[in-house]
Ligand binder design. Structure first.
Ligand code: BT5
Length: 259
């Protein structure tokens, strides 16, 4: 990643501080430590390569050198945002989807934390919190996106098929303006986090809406039903075959098309 180009691309955004690494274990780990140590709102950790990138639980996220976007955004939630922190993963996913839309790509959000292009995962999001006593004092939004083909892991490493932007846009996709657009989208959408229109935009962007899905939770428990939409906290609403409503809460949920 070209650091001068990166600086230039981000220079007009109202960011905190920016730390860039050619290679790092995990940008989220660096950002969590920095947030605990007092990083300002909208500070960023960006890396060209991650050697220990993380997904949810102990899953791995692959970020090979020179081909992907790996960024962690630190937020210091304002008092008015604190009741809506479960929506932050939606904020990040919508910001990614908006940046893709400006490149004429229609993506979908596979609830809770994946962005799909042509039914394949192009980006994953990992939101983590820093606590001060009983209060969330900081959030780290980690976004990993496959830009060039070389960033897509081989199929045996994946639970869900993956793709890269290159597969839709060709090899000339630049990471710096892409990151700019994701951040600009997130900053623009953030004041609407608590609104009803935020939830309806998120719902509209969901993959499998109106279709049968299976949501596998933690130790293998399975909820199945038609995907209706979202609760106001961002939980997923399904309807089972008896017409009964099911709420799938955040956590380690994997969504798949149902039968
Ligand atoms: C995620 O977890 O999708 C969240 C990924 C967040 C990554 C970012 S990169 C910047 C920041 N720093 C970090 O250390 N993490 C964040 P989950 O839903 O648990 O999905 C993980 C699964 O995605 C893995 O088990 C693989 O099957 C698959 N996977 C790993 N690398 C991938 C890639 N590059 N593209 C598509 N799928 C991938």
């Amino acid at each position: 990643m070209n650091q001068n180009q990166l600086k230039k691309a981000l220079s007009k955004l109202p960011l905190g501080d920016v730390r860039y690494f050619d290679s790092i274990g995990s940008t989220n780990n660096e950002a969590l430590a920095w947030a605990t140590g007092g990083a300002r709102d909208l500070s960023l950790v960006i890396a060209d390569e991650q050697t220990a990138g993380r997904g949810r639980l102990d899953r791995k996220w692959f970020t090979p050198k020179g081909s992907a976007l790996a960024v962690s955004i630190i937020l210091r939630p304002a008092a008015g945002e604190k009741p809506h922190l479960t929506r932050i993963v939606g904020l990040a996913a919508l910001a990614v989807a908006d940046a893709l839309r400006t490149r004429s790509l229609v993506s979908q959000i596979k609830w809770p934390n994946d962005v799909l292009l042509n039914g394949r995962k192009v980006a994953g999001i990992l939101v983590e919190s820093v606590w001060s006593g009983e209060e969330v004092d900081g959030l780290v939004i980690g976004i990993g996106m496959n830009v060039l083909k070389g960033s897509v892991p081989s199929a045996e490493l994946l639970q869900f098929p993956a793709t890269s932007l290159e597969e839709s846009l060709g090899p000339l996709v630049e990471r710096e303006p892409l990151l700019h657009d994701i951040l600009a989208g997130l900053i623009a959408l953030r004041p609407h986090l608590g609104s009803d229109s935020f939830i309806s935009s998120w719902e509209k962007a969901l993959a499998f809406r109106g279709e049968q899905v299976q949501a596998e939770q933690g130790e293998g428990s399975l909820a199945a039903g038609k995907l209706l939409g979202l609760e106001s906290d961002g939980s997923l609403r399904l309807m089972d075959e008896d017409g009964k409503s099911i709420t799938v809460r955040f956590g380690d949920v994997s969504l798949r098309p149902g039968k």
